[in-house]
Design a protein around this ligand. Structure first.
Ligand code: MEV
Length: 396
């Protein structure tokens, strides 16, 4: 067990194309976002394990000796294990969670305990430590906040337990793990996501782990080589929604109308592939026509997603408002509210972008202009970060 503190961070994501279809084996194109989640792990020897999530007001402490006595044999020692719904229920029972563990706060605690007990059980004794996690990402908005949380937890616990080395060398302020270590982080983070979301595709944790831009299909990850630096407006409609419930909406529509819904999923797959092709061309020689194709793909996919049942009046409003400024938008992530992305063509003048942002803000939406393709999970020198969220929380 390492004795020094660790500071890690992982990015959120936006899905350019392929959300929902990816759950049914189709291609998704996802990119890491310049908004991150941070985790500090402090080992100690006071016989306690603490979880502190200041963004959501969660502060929990457990006696390590008590956790040590729990019968967690159902977690199966050894390799990365997939939490079954029965195991998750059993875990709720044995750790005696008082709050409603079906809400996102309870699920965050449960995912932590699952990863802590599973990853640390190879140690002779469960370690005493404090974990604090804070984020620049809004929760429940489809930006992969839960995946960034699971990725940070997996990276920090695996490093603290010396299952993977700390890649930070003397003199460096930030570093990343080797490929095989990232693979292990990603596998464990996927299990954390399963505790939180039931049956996610794995795309969110993959992009948070690897960063950049990637194509994802049935667990197979291929980074996009030299993706163009696209600028987008990211808009949070602030309409809360549940990824789990929306994934279930699509599943039941597919079961009810297979002849109608399966072709929609196939068409979304074709949109992702066409987008990948265009991005490849743009990397070689960007031209204004490429942006026009990307805009058409955005419009078609937004209509498909509405037909799948994951649209929302707030998203329709977002598309109308941006269209009035000549810009094209689609939902990103699970839909049903949450976030949308708007492509910003390079020919746009600053006043046009500002006017669009202003119009969206006056609808009650939060709006950020951002670039995509941030780096994946990283470890930082503990004193090297001074993020806006950290400042707002009083320099944790
Ligand atoms: C959520 O960000 C993306 C979905 O496709 C669900 C998933 O892939 O697990 C809606």
């Amino acid at each position: 067990m390492l004795s020094e503190a660790l500071l890690v961070s992982a990015p959120g994501k936006v899905i350019l194309h392929g959300e929902h279809a990816v759950v049914h084996g189709k291609v998704a194109l996802a990119v890491a976002l310049n908004l991150r989640t941070f985790l500090r792990l402090q080992p100690h020897s006071n016989g306690k394990v603490g979880l502190n999530l200041p963004n959501t007001g969660i502060k929990r402490v457990w006696d390590v000796a008590r956790l040590q006595l729990l019968d967690t044999s159902f977690l199966e020692p050894g390799d990365v294990t997939t939490p079954t719904p029965e195991q998750v229920e059993k875990l709720k029972e044995v750790v005696d969670l008082p709050e409603d563990s079906a809400n996102h706060k309870g699920l965050a605690v449960l995912a932590f305990l699952y990863l802590y007990l599973s990853i640390c059980r190879k140690q002779r004794a469960l370690p005493s430590l404090d974990i604090t996690v804070w984020s620049e990402l809004p929760t429940g908005a489809g930006l992969g906040s839960s995946a960034a949380y699971s990725v940070c937890l997996a990276a920090a616990l695996l490093t603290a337990c010396e299952e993977i080395p700390n890649p930070l060398r003397g003199g460096e302020s930030t570093s990343r793990w080797a490929t095989e270590d990232l693979e292990l982080i990603n596998k464990w983070a996927f299990q954390g996501e399963r505790v939180i979301h039931g049956n996610p595709s794995g795309v969110d944790n993959a992009v948070s782990t690897w960063g950049g831009a990637l194509r994802y299909q049935q667990g197979k990850i291929s980074p996009l080589k030299r993706p163009p630096a696209l600028q987008i407006l990211l808009t949070n409609t602030r309409v809360p929604r549940s990824t789990k419930a929306l994934v279930a909406v699509v599943r039941s529509r597919l079961l009810k109308f297979p002849e109608i819904v399966a072709p929609l999923l196939t068409s979304i797959d074709a949109i992702s592939l066409e987008c990948e092709r265009v991005l490849g061309e743009m990397a070689a020689a960007p031209a204004p026509e490429h942006y026009l194709v990307l805009e058409e793909l955005i419009d078609m996919n937004q209509h498909h997603l509405s037909a799948l049942g994951v649209g929302h009046a707030s998203l329709d409003q977002l598309c109308r408002v941006t269209m009035a400024h000549g810009l094209h938008s689609k939902l990103t992530g699970a839909g049903g509210g949450g976030c949308g992305i708007t492509l910003l063509r390079p020919d746009l003048e600053l006043p046009d972008v500002e006017a669009t942002k202003q119009a969206l803000t006056s609808c009650g939406f939060d709006c950020w202009e951002t670039s995509i393709g941030a780096s994946g999970v990283s470890v930082h020198l503990d004193t090297s970060l001074d993020t806006p969220v950290q400042q707002a929380l009083g320099g944790l």
